[in-house]
Design a protein around this ligand. Structure first.
Ligand code: NAD
Length: 285
């Protein structure tokens, strides 16, 4: 399958980054969001990332110009459906994603592949909202997308081999290493990552060690580039709580039960970096 055009739905934390790596890989890329101010904010973030890349010598001026030249924006979902691959990165709500996939299915070309960047929702349930389940799969990127090397590809029972092959090819062009995971709750990454994060919170709750020392334990003792609590601050405590609740319900294991501390911090508006306060103080950043 010859993919030339990629549309990315949602210009938020993940969507702008996915659009950047798609455009950087040479695809004609359309960034969609529900309001023009949001797509513009996404494009501005991409420009800022590229400017930083040029300043650091990681991106050439030519690459910067070509990437920006490959990008366009729309607030019309039917317009965004005109591509060979659509990657959805809208909020983590199954009802919302199913609605959007239904609309895409009705308007996208017959051979278009529809992918979701969901961190934990069922790809099969998203696929069931369309009449093209064989062309549906998960393409789970990591934040910040232009830096993180992994793409977790999630296949449900009905995903066609050709769909998987096309996604792997796109991953390679985007300079990502892809892994293939079966469509189970939390896939491979969220399932393992959340357990570590929740256990670290329980340890803070029980006074085992400070957040800083728990993070240092994993950074220096296990060579994790970033400790689980700092990572939680970057992802957002509300986002992690939502995933933990979902996995707790789906997998039924106590390992996924959200700690009281996490619920309390979310209630108090301590959502991590984006709110200025989480396990760390980000107010100066
Ligand atoms: P975000 O809130 O930063 O961005 C979501 C964007 O989608 C918003 O700009 C919103 O306006 C837009 N949007 C487009 N269509 C919409 C619609 N119909 N209704 C409501 N909003 C709509 O979210 P995010 O952090 O980029 O997450 C997006 C997806 O990526 C989620 O499924 C999330 O689980 C997944 N994900 C997030 C991360 C992360 O670290 N944040 C990592 C991997 C995967």
């Amino acid at each position: 399958m010859d993919i030339q055009r990629i549309s990315v739905l949602g210009a938020g934390t993940m969507g702008h980054g996915i659009a950047q790596v798609a455009a950087q890989a040479g695809y004609r890329t359309t960034l969609y969001d529900i309001e023009a101010t949001l797509t513009q904010a996404g494009l501005d973030r991409i420009t800022a990332n590229l400017d930083k890349g040029v300043a650091r010598g990681k991106v050439t001026e030519d690459q910067r110009l070509n990437t920006l030249g490959n990008l366009s924006a729309t607030t019309d979902l039917e317009d965004a459906a005109q591509a060979e691959l659509v990657i959805e990165a809208i909020p983590e709500r199954l009802d919302l994603k199913r609605e959007v996939f239904g609309t895409l299915d009705a308007h996208a070309p017959d051979d278009c592949i529809l992918a979701s960047n969901t961190s934990s929702l069922s790809i099969a349930e998203i696929a069931a909202a369309t009449r093209r389940p064989a062309q549906i799969l998960g393409m789970h990127f990591f934040n910040p997308v232009h830096i993180m090397a992994l793409l977790e590809i999630v296949v449900h029972e009905g995903t066609a081999d050709a769909t998987l092959a096309a996604a792997r090819d796109v991953a390679e062009k985007m300079n990502k290493t892809s892994i293939v995971v079966r469509d189970v709750p939390g896939f491979a990454t969220s399932r393992l990552g959340i357990v570590l994060g929740l256990e670290a919170m329980r340890m803070v709750e029980q006074g085992v060690a400070s957040a800083e020392d728990i993070d240092t334990a994993m950074e220096l003792g296990y060579r994790h580039p970033m400790g689980p609590l700092k990572l939680t601050d970057l992802v957002g405590l509300d986002v992690r709580l939502g995933i933990a609740e979902y996995l707790h319900e789906q997998l039924g294991s106590d390992a996924f039960e959200p700690p009281t501390l996490l619920r309390k911090m979310v209630e108090d508006g301590k959502l991590g970096k984006k709110s200025g306060r989480g396990f760390y103080d980000w107010s100066e950043d």
